[in-house]
Design a protein around this ligand. Structure first.
Ligand SMILES: *Cc1c(COP(=O)(O)O)cnc(C)c1O
Length: 236
């Protein structure tokens, strides 16, 4: 079995092991809280996706709605789809049709567009709010000062259900520099759990990618989005 394992299957297992090792190293957060691995399949073909799914992947992440829509009809596997990239309001309709969880809600305008499209489908769309904790100009995400009003708005929208928070950490040369941000994000997540929401069910803290997921898990991430470590470098 091991001898015939594909590279992708091998990598997938290795990432799972790294996650478990990082979980065991937690000092500031409960060790027993499990972590959901999302295999980020953007710019990888359906063959590679099938290998990951056959190796145990239950959740895949895509950046672009159109790319996911091309893969959906040919994939021939059951899997949970996550939209992790920036979403334009004019793509909200298709996003709502195809994704279980949208990680990248960062404006009232986008939240309302998702609510409207989900309403037409009689669906309640699970979402995360993306936070731009380091205030990087090049990145999407709401600043922490503006987080509470956006959370309250999403909580009131009837066809949106707020499930948690998402962070993309800056790409520091020294990955340890991410640790204080992940820690701060976990503290914000804990505070948000205490807000008196109507319908929100705060469950997920989505943070950590190939270069920083071990640290993110140590600091309390319970959902990580990993592409390169599973599939190798992307070809553009
Ligand atoms: C591409 C991407 C990832 C995965 O990045 P890797 O470095 O390949 O693991 C995770 N999250 C988001 C939002 C992405 O766009």
């Amino acid at each position: 079995m091991c001898g015939s394992m594909s590279k992708i299957a091998e990598n997938y297992q290795k990432v799972l092991e790294e996650i478990e090792a990082a979980r065991a190293c937690r000092t500031r957060v409960p060790k027993d809280a499990p972590v959901q691995l999302i295999a980020v399949t953007k710019n990888h073909d359906v063959e590679a996706m099938r290998e990951a799914i056959d190796a145990g992947a239950t959740d895949v992440g895509e950046n672009r709605v159109q790319e996911a829509m091309k893969k959906l009809p040919v994939l021939d596997r059951k899997v949970t789809w996550h939209l992790i990239g920036h979403l334009q309001t004019n793509k909200a309709k298709h996003a709502v049709e195809h994704f279980s969880l949208i990680h990248s809600v960062d404006t009232p305008h986008l939240a309302r567009a998702i609510d409207k499209e989900a309403g037409k489908l009689d669906k309640v769309q699970d979402i995360l709010v993306q936070v731009n904790l380091a205030k990087e100009e090049s990145k999407s995400g709401v600043y922490k000062e503006d987080l509470r009003p956006l959370l309250e708005l999403t909580d009131e929208l009837p066809h949106v259900r707020l499930r948690g928070l998402m962070l993309i950490a800056p790409n520091y040369d020294d990955v340890e520099q991410c640790r204080p941000l992940f820690h701060e994000m976990y503290e914000i997540f804990q505070k948000v759990k205490e807000f008196p929401f109507q319908t929100a069910n705060i469950t997920y803290l989505s943070m950590g990618m190939t270069h920083d997921y071990r640290i993110a898990v140590e600091e309390g991430a319970n959902m990580v989005r990993v592409g390169t470590a599973i599939f190798g470098p992307r070809q553009y």
